[in-house]
Design a protein around this ligand. Sequence first.
Ligand SMILES: Cc1cc2nc3c(=O)[nH]c(=O)nc-3n(C[C@H](O)[C@H](O)[C@H](O)COP(=O)(O)OP(=O)(O)OC[C@H]3O[C@@H](n4cnc5c(N)ncnc54)[C@H](O)[C@@H]3O)c2cc1C
Length: 502
Amino acid sequence: MTSQPLQHIVIAGGGSAGWMTAAMLASQLQGNVQITLVESDDIGTIGVGEATIPPIKRFNAMLGIDEHDFIRRCNGSIKLGIQFENWGAQGDSYFHQFGRFGADFDYIPFPYFYLKAQQEGLALPIQEFSAAWQLAKRNKFVPPNTDSRSLFSGYDYAYHFDAGRYALFLRDYAQQRGVVRIEGRIASVQQHAHNGFIKDLLLDDGQVISGDFFIDCTGLRSVLLGQTLGVGFTDWADYLLNDRAVAMQTSADPSLRPYTRSIAHHAGWQWRIPLQTRMGNGNVYSSRFMADDEAGTLLQQTVEGKPLTDPRFIRFQTGHRQQFWQKNCVAIGLSAGFLEPLESTSLHLIQRGIMRLVSLFPDSSCEQEDIDEYNATTQLEYEQIRDFIVLHYHATTRDDSPYWQYCKHMAIPDSLQQKLALFKRHGHLRIDDKALFKQDSWLAVLLGQHIVPAKAAPVTQFKTELDLQRTLAAMQRHLADTASTLTGHEQYLMQHCRFKPD
Ligand SMILES: Cc1cc2nc3c(=O)[nH]c(=O)nc-3n(C[C@H](O)[C@H](O)[C@H](O)COP(=O)(O)OP(=O)(O)OC[C@H]3O[C@@H](n4cnc5c(N)ncnc54)[C@H](O)[C@@H]3O)c2cc1C
C-alpha cells in the first residue's frame, strides 16, 4: 500500500476524551486534515471526571485557552492536592500535595534531611513543609511565586471543574477550528477486506462516516478497538478491587476548599470535589465487598449539603487494552483503559495519549514501529500509575474489614515491591525520569500511610554544620506565617474567575 498523508480523521465519541482530542488535533493540524466527531446524545457521557492534576494547565495553555475564562465557564475551582482520610489507619489524615516539600540543601534533596530529622525526634508531619498544604489547610490560594528562591515557588495546582461544561467548552473551541460534529449512534463498523483497517462507521440513521484514521473515544464500550478490532483487556482487578461507583451532586461547600477529599470507608472510599456552585460526591467501592444499595445509602447518609441529584451508579473495570493502537485506530480515554479515580489520572492519560499521537502522527500506512512505540510507552505509563495507586491500598494498617484485610495482604506488582524494599532501607526511591508521580508524591503517600525507612540516607551524615531541628522548624514557621497572609481561595475565584452560567 502506498502511503499518503492522512486526509480524514474520525473521532468516535464526544466525552472529555473525544473533545480534548478534537480540540488538540484541530489546533495542531491547523485545518490540513479534515476532522469529524460522532457522538450520541442518547448514550451520553460518563458524566464524572471533575478532578485533575497539574499537567492539565499545559494542555489548556497549548490550546491557547485563557485560564480564568476556562475556570469561569467550567464552574472551576483550584486543586492544590488531595486530603486522604482514614487510609493508613482509621482517624488518620494526610495530604498529597502538588509540588515539592521544603527546599533542598545544596544538591541533597530536602526529604533526606526530613527523614533524618524525623528519626532524631522531629514530630511534624512532612506535609507541614509543603507550601501547597499550608495554603490548602487555610483555604487560601495564590499562583506560585515566580522567584525560584521562594519557598512558595515549589508548589503546583490543578483544577476541579464540571466535566460536562469542559467538554462543551472544548467542543466550541474545536468547532470554531473546523471540526465537524455529527450526532448519531454508531450501529456498525466496516473494515477493509485486505488489511482489516477501519473504513467506515455506519450510524443508526443510515449515515456513513468514512475516514482513513479513527480515534476510539467511545468510553467503556470501546466500540472500535475493543468491539470491532477485538483487542483484549488486561484486567488489574486483583490489584485494584474497586469496580463500581455511585455519584451525586450536593449544594456547594461554604468553605470552598482548594483540594479534593478522599475518605476511605470499610469497602472503598468517597470523593468530595468542590466546585464554585456545587459539590461533586461519589462512593467508589468493590462489588465483592459492598452491595449497590449499601453503597448508595452510605453516600446519601454521609454527604454534606443539600442533594441536587439522585445517586447515579457506574460500573467499570480497572486495567487497559492489550494494545492502545492497532491498525488505523487508536483508543483514547476510557476506551483505552481505566485505573480508578483515586489520583485523578484519567484526564491526564487522555492528554498524554493525544500528545503521543501528535508526536507519532502517522500517514495512511500507520507504520508498525510507530504503533509499537506508542503501545509500549503507553503501557509503561499505565503501569507506573497503577503502582502508585496500588500503594494507597496496600500500605495500610487497617484490618477492620475483609476489604482492607485483602488489600493489606494482596500480592503487589514486582515493580512496586522493589520500590518499597529500597525505600524501607534508607529512604531511596527509584523513580523513572518520565514517571508522572515523582519523589515527593511517593513520599507523601508512603509517610502518610506509615511506611518509614529503617535509617537515614548515608549522604546526610556529611552535612554536620546543619542544625537540622532548628532549620526545619524555621522553614515550617515561615511557610505557615506566609500562607496565613495570602489570599483566600474563594476571594481569588470571585476576583478573577467567578462562575458565569451561560
Ligand atoms: C467513578 C469515576 C470517577 C472519575 N473521576 C475522575 C476524576 O476525578 N478525574 C479524572 O481525570 N478522571 C476521572 N474519571 C475518568 C473520566 O471520567 C474519564 O476519563 C473521562 O470522562 C473521559 O471519558 P470518555 O470520554 O473516555 O468516555 P465517555 O464520557 O463515556 O464518553 C464516551 C462517548 O462516546 C459516545 N459513544 C459511545 N458509544 C457510542 C456509539 N455506539 N455511537 C456513538 N457514540 C457513542 C458517547 O455518547 C460519549 O459521547 C472518573 C471515572 C469514573 C468511572
